[in-house]
Design a protein around this ligand. Structure first.
Ligand SMILES: *Cc1c(COP(=O)(O)O)cnc(C)c1O
Length: 219
C-alpha cells in the first residue's frame, strides 16, 4: 500500500509558520518512523519510555526525541542520556528525579511544565497557580540539571472550537506572563494536536505535537 506520510508532512509543514512540528510516532513501528525520516522528519514524540528507548537505539542519532506522555519517576533514568525535551512534567518529585538523572549523565535536561487546561478530570498537569509557585527564581539554582523552557497543555477533546480556542488562549496568557517574569529561556509553548493544531497555531503555539494527521489512526 502506498503511504501518505510524506504528503501529510508536507501539508502540515505549509501551515506551521514558525511553529515547530513534533511528529508523534507512538505505537508505530520503526519502519514507519524511517519513512518519516526519509521525508525529512528529525523530531519525534513518544509517550512510553520503553518504546522511545527502543526506537532511539534503532534509528539515526540526529533525531530529537521528545517525551510527551506521563512519566513515572522510576523510568527517568532510561531516557535521561538522550531525551531532548520532556513535555509532561507534572510534579516537583518528577522534576527532582530528572535533575538527579541529569547530574548523573552530566547534562541539563530541557523540560516543560504540563498545565491542566482541559475540562476533563483525567488529564495530568499543574494548575496555573501551582505552576507559577513552582517557577521560582531560585529553581535553576536548586535544580541545576533541569532547564524549564516553557509549558505544555492539552485542550478538551471537543468539537467546540470556541472552547478549545479559549483554553489555548488562557495557556498562552500564562506563558507570556511567566516569560515576562522569568526571561527569554522560558520560550516554548507546546500546544496543538491533530484535531486542534490550526487553532493552537493561531493562538501562538511554538510546538505542535501531531500524530494521526501524519501517520493515520492508531490501532
Ligand atoms: C498522542 C498524543 C498527541 C498526538 O495525538 P494526535 O491526535 O494523534 O495528533 C499529542 N500529545 C500528546 C500528549 C499525546 O499523548
Amino acid at each position: 500500500m502506498q503511504s501518505n506520510i510524506a504528503d501529510n508532512l508536507q501539508k502540515i509543514q505549509q501551515q506551521l509558520g514558525k511553529t515547530q512540528l513534533i511528529a508523534v510516532s507512538k505505537t508505530h513501528p520503526v519502519s514507519t518512523l524511517e519513512e518519516a525520516y526519509e521525508a525529512g522528519c528529525r523530531v519525534f514524540g513518544e509517550n512510553k519510555v520503553q518504546e522511545m528507548v527502543q526506537k532511539y537505539e534503532a534509528l539515526p542519532k540526529d533525531i530529537q526525541w521528545h517525551l510527551i506522555g506521563h512519566l513515572q519517576t522510576n523510568k527517568v533514568k532510561y531516557i535521561a542520556p538522550f531525551v531532548h525535551l520532556i513535555h509532561s512534567v507534572d510534579s516537583l518529585k518528577l522534576l527532582q528525579e530528572i535533575n538527579k538523572q541529569g547530574l548523573k549523565n552530566q547534562r541539563v535536561i530541557n523540560c516543560l511544565l504540563q498545565i491542566h487546561i482541559a475540562q476533563e478530570e483525567t488529564k495530568f498537569g499543574f494548575s496555573f497557580e501551582e505552576a507559577e509557585a513552582l517557577l521560582s527564581p531560585t529553581l535553576p539554582t536548586d535544580l541545576p540539571a533541569v532547564k524549564i523552557v516553557g509549558c505544555m497543555g492539552m485542550a478538551t477533546n471537543t468539537n467546540d472550537a470556541a472552547q478549545v480556542r479559549q483554553e489555548f488562549a488562557a495557556l498562552r496568557h500564562f506563558f507570556l506572563e511567566q516569560k515576562a517574569r522569568l526571561g527569554a529561556t522560558f520560550s516554548e509553548l507546546s500546544m496543538g494536536m491533530s484535531q486542534d493544531y490550526a487553532i493552537a497555531i493561531a493562538e501562538g503555539s511554538t510546538m505542535v505535537r501531531i500524530g494521526s494527521a501524519i501517520f493515520g489512526v492508531r490501532s
